[in-house]
Design a binder for this molecule. Sequence first.
Ligand code: SF4
Length: 317
Amino acid sequence: MPENPFPYSDTNKRYLTQSYYLKKRFGQKVMKISLNCGFTCPNIDGSKGYGGCTFCLSGSGGFGGERGRPVTEQFYEVKERMNRKWSEGRYIPYFQANTNTYAPAWRLRELYEEALGLPNVVGLAISTRPDCVDDETLDLLEELSGQTYLTVELGLQTIHDKTAERLNRCHSSDDFFKCTERLHGRGINVCAHIINGLPGEDHSMMLQTVRALAGLPIHQVKIHLLHILRGTKLAEDYFHGEFILPTLEEYVETVCAQLEILPPEVIIGRITGDGGRDVLEAPLWSLKKFTVMNEIDKKLARENRWQGKLYGNGQRT
Ligand code: SF4
C-alpha cells in the first residue's frame, strides 16, 4: 500500500474525520450528544408542505434522546450511555431531531443556552432546513458563534431541484446557497448534509452536488446513503420499482470520488447512513456500517486516492 499522503490524519484515514479535527482542536476526545427537543418541521406541519420529505420517518433524528424532555435530562442520559463505552471527554450537544430553528428566537435561546451551560460542553451543533433561519435567529446564532464552537447543519441532500421536488423537500438549492452565504457572512460554521442514491440520480449527478459544495465556504459535509425506512412514502415508491439503490461497490466508488473533489480542509462528518435495524428496509448491506467505512478506506489506499486530490484540478466527472 502507498504511504498515506493525506495531511490531516494520524491513522489510515485519507479524509478529514470529525474525530481527528475535534481532537486536534480541543486536545481530547469530543462526543456529540443527540437531542430531541420536540420541534416539528415546516414541511410536516403544512407551512411549507405536508407529509415531510419522502424518506423522512417523522423527522430525521431517530437517535436522539426522548422527544421533548428537558435538555439537561436528555444530555445526562445520552452522556451516561456514551461513558459506558468511552471515558469522560468534552461534549457537543447536537440539536438533531427535525428542524431545530423552527421556534421563536427567545425559545431557541433558552434551549441553546441551557445546553451550553452543561459541564464540559465545548460547542453546539444545530440541524435545520436552509429556508428556516430568519434574521432574528441569525442574530442569535451569530452571538452564540462568538462564544462557542457552533456548527449549523443544513439539509441540502442534492443540488438537483428536480430530485428535491420528487422527494417533497419543499425548498430549492438556491435556498441552500443563500442560507450558507448568510451564515458564513456572520462567521458561522456550516455543515451540509447530502444523500447518495436518491431516486433518478446517477453517479455523475452525485458528483455534481459535491462539486457545488467544493466551491462554497463549507466547514463540514455529512455524506449519507439513502435509507429506505419502513412506513415512508419512499418505501412505497421503492417497492413499486420506481428506482433502484446503489450496490455497496457503487456506493464506495461514489464516496471515494466525492472525497477527491472536496477541499482537504472540509471536515467529513460521516460517509454513510445510520438507519435503525428495526425500521430499515433497504439496502441491508448498509447495516454493516464498519464494512462500508472499511471498504472506502481500502479503496482509497489501493488506488492511492485521498480527499482533495482532485480539488481545483479540472475534476473528473
Ligand atoms: S426537512 Fe428534515 S425533518 Fe422536515 S420532513 Fe424533511 S427530513 Fe424530515
